[in-house]
Design a protein around this ligand. Structure first.
Ligand SMILES: Nc1ncnc2c1ncn2[C@@H]1O[C@H](COP(=O)(O)OP(=O)(O)OP(=O)(O)O)[C@@H](O)[C@H]1O
Ligand SMILES: [Mg+2]
Length: 239
């Protein structure tokens, strides 16, 4: 379901294309994507490796410029902002869970999870307390003082999820959030993401191959070779 008439879309993607240049060759990996994401819906993006999922969600959350087209997030045309304003907008409004967790190696798990709060000027002690409280919900508060390289892949992933949610952003974008997790931890993460997505002024987009969680989506988009080929409440029959 896209946004109803009169309802503001959480994200509007208009005619977005993206090219990458490698050596002499320029390859178009996204082709004129048009997409509205409604607030309050858990939206999945599914597709084969190389279909353009990470590229599309990176463009949706202001970390990769489109070659053509425009993106609005809660009504703000993000690629019309100055660099400084875009950084500020991301910090205030968007939480991103990267496919590679991108934790800072030299600081412990709680400090990693507190990064968005500290970047916004919160006192370190309070930021740590908030970060540990979020880590508790993900069942990893007992790992708070470990460095990332002392954690398992699934634990690192949950620290990255805590970091994405700790400042309660309006938009949460996740690239394979449950890939490294067992079924119970995966469900716990999905419950948390659903809480985030369910609020009327919030939205959550999840890239996933994880068929254990397909039943939890409100909307599933399938991307094939840089084009959206399915948009429905469940997976298409041939997948
Ligand atoms: N920085 C880059 N330079 C050149 N080509 C790139 C770059 N980033 C991505 N691509 C290409 O764009 C296409 C889409 O990549 P993308 O990472 O969006 O795929 P994906 O659907 O996320 O795949 P996966 O499921 O493996 O993560 C691929 O063919 C990839 O090789
Ligand atoms: Mg990817």
């Amino acid at each position: 379901m896209s946004a109803a008439p009169g309802q503001q879309a959480a994200i509007s993607v208009r005619d977005v294309s993206r090219d990458f240049t490698a050596g002499q060759q320029t390859i178009r990996v996204l082709h004129s994507i048009d997409l509205d994401v409604a607030p309050g819906e858990l939206t999945y993006l599914v597709g084969e490796s190389g279909s353009g999922k990470t590229t599309l969600i990176s463009i949706m959350c202001g970390i990769l410029w489109p070659t053509e087209g425009s993106v609005e997030v809660f009504g703000t045309p993000i690629y019309g902002l100055s660099d400084d304003d875009l950084v500020r907008f991301r910090l205030e409004n968007i939480g991103f869970i990267f496919q590679q967790y991108n934790l800072i190696p030299a600081i412990n798990a709680a400090s990693n999870a507190a990064v968005p709060l500290i970047a916004r000027g919160m006192d370190r002690q309070e930021a740590r307390e908030r970060a540990v409280a979020m880590m508790e919900k993900l069942n990893i508060a007992n790992q708070a003082d470990k460095l990332p390289n002392q954690l398992s892949g699934g634990q690192q992933q949950r620290v990255a999820i805590a970091r994405a949610l700790v400042h309660e952003p309006r938009l949460v974008v996740c690239d394979e959030p449950t890939a490294a997790l067992d079924a119970t931890s995966g469900r716990r993460v999905m419950d948390l993401l659903r809480d985030v997505a369910l609020a009327e002024d919030r939205a959550c987009i999840i890239v996933t191959h994880d068929n254990r969680i397909f039943d939890l989506a409100d909307r599933i988009l399938v991307l094939e070779d840089g084009r959206i080929t399915h948009d429905g409440q469940s997976m298409p029959e041939d997948h």
